[in-house]
Design a protein around this ligand. Sequence first.
Ligand SMILES: [Mg+2]
Length: 379
Amino acid sequence: MKITALRAHPVSVTLPATFWVGNSSFNSATVVVVQVETDQGLTGLATLHGRGMKTVCAMIHELQDLVVGMDPMAHEAIWAKVFGITTSSPDPSQRPRSAVFNADNRAQLMTALAGIDIGVWDIKGKALNLPIWRLLGAQRNVLPAYVTGGYYRSDRPDGGLRDEMLSYLEKGYTAVKIKVGASTLEADIKRIAEVRDTIGPDADMMLDGNNAYSLAEAERAIAAFTEFKPAWFEEPIHWYDSYRALGKLAARTHVPIASGESEIHAWACRDLVDLGGVRVMQFDAARSGGVTEWLRVAAYCHLHGVAMSTHHEPHIQGHLAAAAPNGWNVETFPDADRDPIFANLYTVRAELRDGNVVLNDLPGFGFDVDWAFVEKYRG
Ligand SMILES: [Mg+2]
Protein backbone atom coordinates (compact mmCIF):
# COMPACT_ATOMS: atom_id res chain seq x y z
CA MET A 1 0.00 0.00 0.00
CA LYS A 2 1.22 3.50 -0.81
CA ILE A 3 0.13 7.00 0.16
CA THR A 4 -1.12 8.83 -2.93
CA ALA A 5 -2.31 12.22 -1.63
CA LEU A 6 -2.82 14.42 1.43
CA ARG A 7 -5.72 16.84 1.74
CA ALA A 8 -6.51 19.32 4.51
CA HIS A 9 -9.71 21.27 5.09
CA PRO A 10 -10.01 24.20 7.53
CA VAL A 11 -13.37 24.44 9.35
CA SER A 12 -14.43 27.41 11.47
CA VAL A 13 -17.75 27.98 13.24
CA THR A 14 -18.55 31.31 14.94
CA LEU A 15 -19.67 30.84 18.55
CA PRO A 16 -22.71 32.56 20.10
CA ALA A 17 -20.50 34.32 22.68
CA THR A 18 -16.91 35.22 23.43
CA PHE A 19 -15.30 32.62 25.72
CA TRP A 20 -12.47 33.68 28.05
CA VAL A 21 -9.86 31.48 29.68
CA GLY A 22 -7.00 32.52 31.98
CA ASN A 23 -5.15 34.75 29.57
CA SER A 24 -6.94 34.67 26.22
CA SER A 25 -10.32 34.56 24.52
CA PHE A 26 -11.91 33.04 21.46
CA ASN A 27 -15.18 33.40 19.59
CA SER A 28 -14.93 30.59 17.06
CA ALA A 29 -14.45 26.83 17.11
CA THR A 30 -11.95 25.56 14.57
CA VAL A 31 -10.69 22.23 13.31
CA VAL A 32 -8.62 20.97 10.38
CA VAL A 33 -9.92 17.79 8.74
CA VAL A 34 -7.12 15.77 7.11
CA GLN A 35 -7.41 13.01 4.54
CA VAL A 36 -4.55 10.62 3.80
CA GLU A 37 -5.36 8.76 0.60
CA THR A 38 -3.89 5.46 -0.59
CA ASP A 39 -3.69 3.36 -3.75
CA GLN A 40 -5.79 0.65 -2.04
CA GLY A 41 -8.91 2.81 -1.73
CA LEU A 42 -8.48 3.31 2.02
CA THR A 43 -8.52 6.90 3.29
CA GLY A 44 -7.21 7.84 6.73
CA LEU A 45 -8.92 10.69 8.55
CA ALA A 46 -7.69 13.06 11.23
CA THR A 47 -9.12 16.10 12.96
CA LEU A 48 -6.66 18.63 14.32
CA HIS A 49 -6.89 21.39 16.85
CA GLY A 50 -7.34 24.36 14.55
CA ARG A 51 -4.59 26.76 15.61
CA GLY A 52 -2.83 28.47 12.68
CA MET A 53 -5.15 26.58 10.35
CA LYS A 54 -4.18 28.20 7.06
CA THR A 55 -0.47 27.53 7.58
CA VAL A 56 -1.14 23.96 8.72
CA CYS A 57 -3.29 23.24 5.66
CA ALA A 58 -0.68 24.70 3.29
CA MET A 59 2.04 22.62 4.96
CA ILE A 60 0.07 19.39 4.73
CA HIS A 61 -0.43 20.03 1.03
CA GLU A 62 3.28 20.68 0.50
CA LEU A 63 4.36 17.71 2.65
CA GLN A 64 2.92 15.45 -0.05
CA ASP A 65 6.33 15.73 -1.71
CA LEU A 66 7.84 13.88 1.24
CA VAL A 67 5.29 11.18 2.02
CA VAL A 68 3.51 10.28 -1.23
CA GLY A 69 4.74 6.82 -2.20
CA MET A 70 5.51 5.77 1.39
CA ASP A 71 3.84 2.73 2.97
CA PRO A 72 1.22 4.04 5.45
CA MET A 73 1.90 1.06 7.74
CA ALA A 74 5.39 2.52 8.35
CA HIS A 75 4.31 5.19 10.83
CA GLU A 76 7.73 5.53 12.46
CA ALA A 77 9.47 6.05 9.11
CA ILE A 78 6.89 8.62 8.00
CA TRP A 79 7.15 10.44 11.34
CA ALA A 80 10.95 10.52 11.16
CA LYS A 81 10.98 11.78 7.59
CA VAL A 82 8.63 14.70 8.29
CA PHE A 83 10.28 15.58 11.63
CA GLY A 84 13.65 15.36 9.89
CA ILE A 85 13.04 18.56 7.96
CA THR A 86 13.13 20.49 11.26
CA THR A 87 16.84 19.76 11.75
CA SER A 88 19.99 20.59 9.88
CA SER A 89 20.92 16.97 9.41
CA PRO A 90 23.28 16.49 6.49
CA ASP A 91 21.44 13.27 5.55
CA PRO A 92 21.20 13.50 1.73
CA SER A 93 17.86 11.66 1.78
CA GLN A 94 16.34 14.70 3.45
CA ARG A 95 17.45 17.12 0.74
CA PRO A 96 16.22 19.42 -0.53
CA ARG A 97 14.91 21.09 2.61
CA SER A 98 11.17 21.52 2.37
CA ALA A 99 10.07 25.01 1.52
CA VAL A 100 7.21 24.60 3.99
CA PHE A 101 9.40 24.65 7.08
CA ASN A 102 11.28 27.43 8.77
CA ALA A 103 11.96 28.18 12.43
CA ASP A 104 8.96 30.51 12.63
CA ASN A 105 6.46 27.73 12.16
CA ARG A 106 7.69 24.75 14.15
CA ALA A 107 4.39 24.48 15.99
CA GLN A 108 2.40 24.38 12.75
CA LEU A 109 4.73 21.73 11.31
CA MET A 110 4.15 19.59 14.41
CA THR A 111 0.39 20.02 13.87
CA ALA A 112 0.72 19.03 10.21
CA LEU A 113 2.75 16.00 11.28
CA ALA A 114 -0.02 15.14 13.76
CA GLY A 115 -2.54 15.15 10.90
CA ILE A 116 -0.46 12.85 8.73
CA ASP A 117 0.34 10.51 11.63
CA ILE A 118 -3.25 10.22 12.88
CA GLY A 119 -4.42 9.62 9.30
CA VAL A 120 -1.81 6.90 8.89
CA TRP A 121 -2.94 5.20 12.12
CA ASP A 122 -6.55 5.40 10.91
CA ILE A 123 -5.47 3.63 7.70
CA LYS A 124 -3.63 1.01 9.76
CA GLY A 125 -6.82 0.21 11.68
CA LYS A 126 -8.92 0.14 8.52
CA ALA A 127 -6.41 -2.11 6.72
CA LEU A 128 -6.42 -4.57 9.64
CA ASN A 129 -10.17 -4.16 10.27
CA LEU A 130 -9.54 -3.22 13.90
CA PRO A 131 -10.53 -0.21 15.97
CA ILE A 132 -7.41 1.61 17.17
CA TRP A 133 -8.21 0.90 20.82
CA ARG A 134 -7.94 -2.82 20.03
CA LEU A 135 -4.96 -2.43 17.74
CA LEU A 136 -3.13 -0.74 20.64
CA GLY A 137 -4.03 -3.58 22.97
CA ALA A 138 -6.85 -2.13 25.06
CA GLN A 139 -9.49 -4.35 26.60
CA ARG A 140 -11.90 -1.52 27.42
CA ASN A 141 -13.83 0.73 25.06
CA VAL A 142 -15.61 2.72 27.79
CA LEU A 143 -13.58 5.15 29.85
CA PRO A 144 -14.28 8.01 32.20
CA ALA A 145 -14.85 11.44 30.69
CA TYR A 146 -14.94 14.88 32.22
CA VAL A 147 -16.46 18.14 31.01
CA THR A 148 -14.47 21.25 30.29
CA GLY A 149 -16.80 24.16 30.93
CA GLY A 150 -16.99 26.99 33.41
CA TYR A 151 -15.65 29.58 30.98
CA TYR A 152 -15.96 33.31 31.49
CA ARG A 153 -18.60 34.09 28.86
CA SER A 154 -19.64 37.41 27.37
CA ASP A 155 -23.28 36.26 27.39
CA ARG A 156 -23.15 35.33 31.10
CA PRO A 157 -21.68 38.33 32.95
CA ASP A 158 -23.15 37.04 36.19
CA GLY A 159 -21.52 33.61 35.87
CA GLY A 160 -24.37 31.18 35.35
CA LEU A 161 -22.16 28.39 36.62
CA ARG A 162 -24.80 26.67 38.73
CA ASP A 163 -27.17 26.00 35.83
CA GLU A 164 -24.31 24.98 33.60
CA MET A 165 -22.93 22.48 36.14
CA LEU A 166 -26.40 21.06 36.78
CA SER A 167 -26.76 20.42 33.04
CA TYR A 168 -23.58 18.31 33.14
CA LEU A 169 -24.70 16.35 36.18
CA GLU A 170 -27.96 15.63 34.36
CA LYS A 171 -25.92 14.15 31.49
CA GLY A 172 -24.31 11.75 33.97
CA TYR A 173 -20.94 13.44 34.43
CA THR A 174 -19.19 13.15 37.78
CA ALA A 175 -16.17 15.31 36.87
CA VAL A 176 -16.09 18.92 35.66
CA LYS A 177 -13.33 21.38 34.88
CA ILE A 178 -13.69 25.15 35.15
CA LYS A 179 -11.49 28.03 34.10
CA VAL A 180 -9.70 30.24 36.63
CA GLY A 181 -7.25 33.10 36.46
CA ALA A 182 -9.14 35.56 34.24
CA SER A 183 -10.69 37.30 37.24
CA THR A 184 -9.61 38.48 40.67
CA LEU A 185 -8.70 35.80 43.18
CA GLU A 186 -11.71 36.76 45.30
CA ALA A 187 -14.10 36.41 42.35
CA ASP A 188 -12.57 33.07 41.37
CA ILE A 189 -12.95 31.75 44.93
CA LYS A 190 -16.68 32.56 44.70
CA ARG A 191 -16.97 30.78 41.34
CA ILE A 192 -15.17 27.70 42.66
CA ALA A 193 -17.27 27.63 45.83
CA GLU A 194 -20.44 27.82 43.74
CA VAL A 195 -19.34 24.91 41.57
CA ARG A 196 -18.33 22.74 44.55
CA ASP A 197 -21.63 23.54 46.23
CA THR A 198 -23.53 22.57 43.06
CA ILE A 199 -21.75 19.32 42.24
CA GLY A 200 -21.49 18.11 45.84
CA PRO A 201 -18.52 16.71 47.75
CA ASP A 202 -18.02 13.53 45.72
CA ALA A 203 -17.76 14.80 42.14
CA ASP A 204 -14.33 15.77 40.82
CA MET A 205 -13.61 19.44 40.08
CA MET A 206 -10.54 20.39 38.08
CA LEU A 207 -9.20 23.95 37.82
CA ASP A 208 -7.53 25.21 34.62
CA GLY A 209 -5.43 28.38 34.76
CA ASN A 210 -4.38 28.41 31.07
CA ASN A 211 -1.00 29.91 32.02
CA ALA A 212 -2.51 32.87 33.88
CA TYR A 213 -0.28 33.17 36.96
CA SER A 214 3.23 34.03 38.06
CA LEU A 215 4.69 31.56 40.55
CA ALA A 216 3.81 33.84 43.49
CA GLU A 217 0.26 34.34 42.21
CA ALA A 218 -0.17 30.62 41.60
CA GLU A 219 0.99 29.83 45.13
CA ARG A 220 -1.57 32.26 46.58
CA ALA A 221 -4.28 30.91 44.29
CA ILE A 222 -3.79 27.23 45.05
CA ALA A 223 -3.54 27.97 48.77
CA ALA A 224 -6.98 29.60 48.54
CA PHE A 225 -8.48 26.95 46.23
CA THR A 226 -7.32 23.87 48.15
CA GLU A 227 -10.23 23.83 50.62
CA PHE A 228 -12.57 23.15 47.67
CA LYS A 229 -10.67 19.94 46.93
CA PRO A 230 -9.61 20.40 43.30
CA ALA A 231 -8.67 17.15 41.56
CA TRP A 232 -5.89 18.99 39.75
CA PHE A 233 -4.53 22.47 39.01
CA GLU A 234 -3.86 22.75 35.28
CA GLU A 235 -1.32 24.97 33.49
CA PRO A 236 -1.12 27.45 36.35
CA ILE A 237 2.16 29.20 35.41
CA HIS A 238 2.91 31.71 32.64
CA TRP A 239 4.09 30.13 29.39
CA TYR A 240 7.68 31.35 29.70
CA ASP A 241 8.52 29.62 32.99
CA SER A 242 6.55 26.44 32.58
CA TYR A 243 9.09 23.88 33.87
CA ARG A 244 11.16 25.08 36.83
CA ALA A 245 8.56 27.41 38.32
CA LEU A 246 5.97 24.66 37.92
CA GLY A 247 8.29 22.30 39.77
CA LYS A 248 8.55 24.74 42.66
CA LEU A 249 4.79 25.08 42.80
CA ALA A 250 4.34 21.30 42.67
CA ALA A 251 6.63 20.94 45.67
CA ARG A 252 4.57 23.43 47.68
CA THR A 253 1.07 21.99 47.22
CA HIS A 254 -0.58 18.60 47.60
CA VAL A 255 -2.93 19.38 44.70
CA PRO A 256 -1.74 17.45 41.61
CA ILE A 257 -0.37 19.63 38.82
CA ALA A 258 -1.56 18.93 35.26
CA SER A 259 0.05 20.23 32.08
CA GLY A 260 1.22 19.28 28.60
CA GLU A 261 -1.45 20.47 26.14
CA SER A 262 0.81 23.34 25.00
CA GLU A 263 3.92 21.25 24.42
CA ILE A 264 4.79 20.36 20.87
CA HIS A 265 7.02 17.31 21.38
CA ALA A 266 7.98 14.53 23.77
CA TRP A 267 11.23 16.16 24.96
CA ALA A 268 9.27 19.07 26.44
CA CYS A 269 6.93 16.59 28.14
CA ARG A 270 9.96 14.85 29.62
CA ASP A 271 11.00 18.20 31.12
CA LEU A 272 7.50 18.74 32.52
CA VAL A 273 7.87 15.40 34.32
CA ASP A 274 11.50 15.82 35.38
CA LEU A 275 11.46 19.53 36.27
CA GLY A 276 7.80 20.49 36.45
CA GLY A 277 6.58 17.87 38.90
CA VAL A 278 3.42 17.21 36.88
CA ARG A 279 1.29 14.26 37.97
CA VAL A 280 -1.19 14.49 35.08
CA MET A 281 0.10 14.75 31.48
CA GLN A 282 -2.17 16.24 28.81
CA PHE A 283 -0.04 16.09 25.67
CA ASP A 284 -2.35 16.59 22.69
CA ALA A 285 -1.79 14.12 19.84
CA ALA A 286 -4.14 16.17 17.65
CA ARG A 287 -2.20 19.38 18.16
CA SER A 288 1.36 18.07 17.89
CA GLY A 289 3.10 14.94 16.75
CA GLY A 290 0.14 12.59 16.48
CA VAL A 291 -0.39 9.13 17.93
CA THR A 292 3.25 8.15 17.52
CA GLU A 293 4.51 10.99 19.70
CA TRP A 294 1.66 10.55 22.23
CA LEU A 295 2.68 6.93 22.77
CA ARG A 296 6.27 7.99 23.47
CA VAL A 297 5.07 10.58 25.99
CA ALA A 298 2.75 8.03 27.61
CA ALA A 299 5.57 5.50 27.99
CA TYR A 300 7.86 8.04 29.67
CA CYS A 301 5.06 9.16 31.96
CA HIS A 302 4.22 5.56 32.85
CA LEU A 303 7.79 5.02 34.00
CA HIS A 304 7.54 8.10 36.22
CA GLY A 305 4.15 7.52 37.81
CA VAL A 306 2.40 10.24 35.78
CA ALA A 307 -1.17 9.67 34.53
CA MET A 308 -2.26 10.43 30.95
CA SER A 309 -5.36 12.61 30.49
CA THR A 310 -6.36 13.70 26.99
CA HIS A 311 -6.88 17.20 25.58
CA HIS A 312 -9.61 17.75 22.92
CA GLU A 313 -10.54 15.30 20.10
CA PRO A 314 -11.96 12.57 22.39
CA HIS A 315 -13.00 10.44 19.39
CA ILE A 316 -9.30 10.06 18.55
CA GLN A 317 -7.46 10.35 21.84
CA GLY A 318 -9.94 8.20 23.76
CA HIS A 319 -8.44 5.23 21.89
CA LEU A 320 -5.00 6.12 23.23
CA ALA A 321 -6.08 6.60 26.83
CA ALA A 322 -8.03 3.33 26.67
CA ALA A 323 -4.87 1.40 25.83
CA ALA A 324 -2.15 3.20 27.82
CA PRO A 325 -1.37 1.51 31.15
CA ASN A 326 -1.45 4.98 32.71
CA GLY A 327 -4.46 6.21 30.71
CA TRP A 328 -6.88 7.96 33.04
CA ASN A 329 -9.68 10.14 31.67
CA VAL A 330 -10.82 11.96 28.54
CA GLU A 331 -11.64 15.64 28.10
CA THR A 332 -15.00 16.31 26.43
CA PHE A 333 -17.06 19.33 25.38
CA PRO A 334 -20.73 18.31 25.50
CA ASP A 335 -21.98 21.94 25.37
CA ALA A 336 -22.82 22.58 21.69
CA ASP A 337 -22.55 26.35 22.30
CA ARG A 338 -18.89 25.85 23.14
CA ASP A 339 -18.13 23.08 20.65
CA PRO A 340 -20.56 23.03 17.71
CA ILE A 341 -17.96 21.08 15.72
CA PHE A 342 -17.98 18.03 17.99
CA ALA A 343 -21.77 18.24 18.04
CA ASN A 344 -22.25 18.53 14.26
CA LEU A 345 -19.22 17.62 12.15
CA TYR A 346 -19.43 13.84 12.42
CA THR A 347 -21.74 11.30 10.81
CA VAL A 348 -20.40 8.69 13.25
CA ARG A 349 -17.90 8.87 16.13
CA ALA A 350 -17.31 7.84 19.72
CA GLU A 351 -20.29 8.73 21.88
CA LEU A 352 -20.57 10.56 25.18
CA ARG A 353 -22.83 8.52 27.42
CA ASP A 354 -23.47 8.73 31.17
CA GLY A 355 -20.27 10.63 31.77
CA ASN A 356 -18.16 8.20 29.75
CA VAL A 357 -16.61 8.12 26.31
CA VAL A 358 -17.83 5.03 24.48
CA LEU A 359 -15.58 3.98 21.59
CA ASN A 360 -17.21 1.98 18.81
CA ASP A 361 -16.06 -1.16 17.00
CA LEU A 362 -15.57 0.42 13.58
CA PRO A 363 -12.07 0.03 12.12
CA GLY A 364 -9.59 2.84 12.62
CA PHE A 365 -10.69 5.67 14.87
CA GLY A 366 -14.34 4.89 14.09
CA PHE A 367 -15.41 8.31 12.84
CA ASP A 368 -16.45 9.92 9.57
CA VAL A 369 -17.30 13.50 8.74
CA ASP A 370 -20.24 15.23 7.12
CA TRP A 371 -18.65 16.81 4.04
CA ALA A 372 -21.58 19.17 3.57
CA PHE A 373 -20.77 20.61 7.03
CA VAL A 374 -17.10 20.98 6.01
CA GLU A 375 -18.14 22.90 2.88
CA LYS A 376 -20.63 25.09 4.73
CA TYR A 377 -18.10 26.15 7.38
CA ARG A 378 -14.91 26.03 5.33
CA GLY A 379 -12.63 28.45 7.17
MG1 LIG B 1 -6.30 23.32 29.52
